[in-house]
Design a protein around this ligand. Structure first.
Ligand code: EPU
Length: 437
């Protein structure tokens, strides 16, 4: 297992390019399951990440072969009879649940291991299940597997309400959409997730021959079709990776141009950076971020899109820990997503959790320390903090980071960071762990 050794206190300067979005690519890859045997889906700008490789392995068990040429992934359906997403793979990556909808929608049956909880909370899948049941599937849970069966092997359109205690569901909307595109008749999804990754999936499906209306709104209408065809598609830029790089600039008093950004996906993030005192220059496809001498405190709520994304909460909490005053960071998507807080405290941050919020009293200085990434974005938050801390920080368990960031150390070093990746001989991976993404 590797760890990162970060020598903090260096201003970042230069340009860094954002990759294709992990959370757009994963459900799009699952959409290959909707194709008939012999068809291909070509996805460009697919990041080279642990989670993408895991999805390739899962699709392989489901008869879809993948071939990668740099950032282009070709998915070819060789066998369209397999319907089982096994526990051994699903337990390492929650996004495996995205196979449920396309499998039952196209193959008439799905056996997908229940993903269970993970490091950022309980994370139920009741809305996914309720949505697919509303399309006529009979659902049972059998030895830890969600089993969905369509009557006479074809779903029928229905009305699906996806509102839950914390708003809608991102991968749940993706699942129901993929289940509905090949159903008989029309489906209406009420309270669809508005996240750009969901919108992009709908656009991809339409380009494959689906008939989805209301993309980007709370009500989506899906007219079922008989079959889809393969397509060549470029994955949108990763707004979370972009936001992570922006916080790296903000916290180091840096001056960084973050390239390949769709600013319309990042209004809440850019607004927050601006409130913290960053100087922003927002262009058509790039954002230049200049960090101030001292960041200002923030009152931040994570919310469903277009609100501030939970996947950037840890990185902004790292920034808040050095701000000039008291910040309040409230988590409205995953109330327990604060595993980075005690690790930041080990670096000198003054923060305490109160129910689903963290109260952060900004300090003048963080100091390097050995810390542990408990999940992907918590790990990113620790890297951001370490870039500004005095001395050396060792971030352990960076396999979490590698699931969502492609060689983060190389890309940050190219703009002036001092990060080394070394083998961690002492730390051992936990025996069993559910991936958070
Ligand atoms: N929820 C339910 N029931 C459900 C589904 C969700 O109660 O059936 C709750 C969740 O527990 C949570 C809220 O609804 O409180 C929103 O969860 P959502 O289903 O939208 O999350 P997700 O689809 O499982 C995706 C991303 C996450 C990201 C969240 C929120 C992917 C593969 N994952 O998860 O990304 O945090 O949306 O934006 O798209 C990451 O990349 O690090 C990551 C965790």
């Amino acid at each position: 297992m590797d760890k990162l050794i970060i020598n903090g206190g260096h201003r970042l300067r230069g340009s860094v390019r954002v990759n294709g979005a992990k959370n757009a690519a994963l459900p799009m890859m699952a959409a290959a399951l909707l194709l008939n045997r012999g068809h291909r889906l070509v996805l460009r700008h697919v990041p080279d990440l642990g989670d993408v490789r895991t999805m390739c392995t899962l699709l392989d068990t489901l008869g879809v072969r993948s071939a990668r040429d740099r950032h282009t992934l070709t998915l070819s359906v060789e066998d369209d009879r397999a319907v089982r997403a096994p526990y051994e793979i699903v337990k390492t990556m929650r996004a495996s649940i995205c196979t449920l909808g396309p499998l039952v929608g196209r193959r008439g049956e799905a056996h997908v291991s229940h993903p269970g909880g993970c490091a950022i909370g309980v994370r139920p899948v009741d809305l996914h299940v309720r949505g697919i049941a509303a399309l006529g599937a009979r659902i049972t849970v059998d030895h830890g597997y969600i089993v969905a069966r369509a009557p006479a092997r074809r779903l029928r359109g229905g009305t699906v309400y996806l509102g839950g205690a914390f708003g809608s569901t991102v991968t749940g909307t993706a699942n129901v959409m993929m289940a509905a595109v090949l159903a008989r008749g029309t489906t209406v999804i009420e309270y669809a997730a508005l996240e750009p990754e969901v919108q992009e999936l709908a656009l991809l499906l339409n380009a494959m021959g689906a008939r989805i209306e209301g993309i980007g709104s709370y009500r989506m209408t899906i007219h079922g079709v008989d079959r889809l065809h393969g397509i060549d598609w470029t994955v949108m830029p990763d707004r979370i990776e972009a936001g992570t790089f922006m916080t790296c600039a903000a916290i180091t008093q840096g001056d960084v141009v973050v390239e390949n950004v769709r600013a319309e996906h990042m209004t809440a993030v850019l607004e927050t950076l601006s409130q913290m005192g960053c100087d922003l220059d927002v262009g058509a496809l790039a954002v230049r971020v200049k960090g101030p001498r001292r960041l200002k405190p923030i009152d931040l709520n994570t919310l469903p899109f277009p609100g501030f994304p939970t996947d950037l909460q840890a990185q902004f909490m790292a920034c808040a820990s050095l701000a000039d005053g008291i910040s309040v960071v409230t988590e409205k998507i995953y109330p327990e997503r604060f595993a980075h807080l005690p690790e930041l405290s080990r670096m000198g941050a003054q923060a305490r959790k109160y129910e689903s919020a963290a109260i952060v009293s900004g300090v003048r200085e963080l100091h390097g320390a050995p810390v542990m990434a408990s999940d992907l974005r918590a790990g990113a938050g620790l890297v951001v903090a370490a870039l500004a801390a005095h001395g050396y920080t060792e971030v352990q368990r960076i396999y979490h980071l590698d699931r969502g960031y492609d060689h983060i150390e190389r890309r940050l070093n190219a703009v002036g960071a001092k990060i080394r990746r070394v083998a961690d001989k002492v730390a051992a991976a936990p025996a069993r762990e559910t991936g958070t993404g």
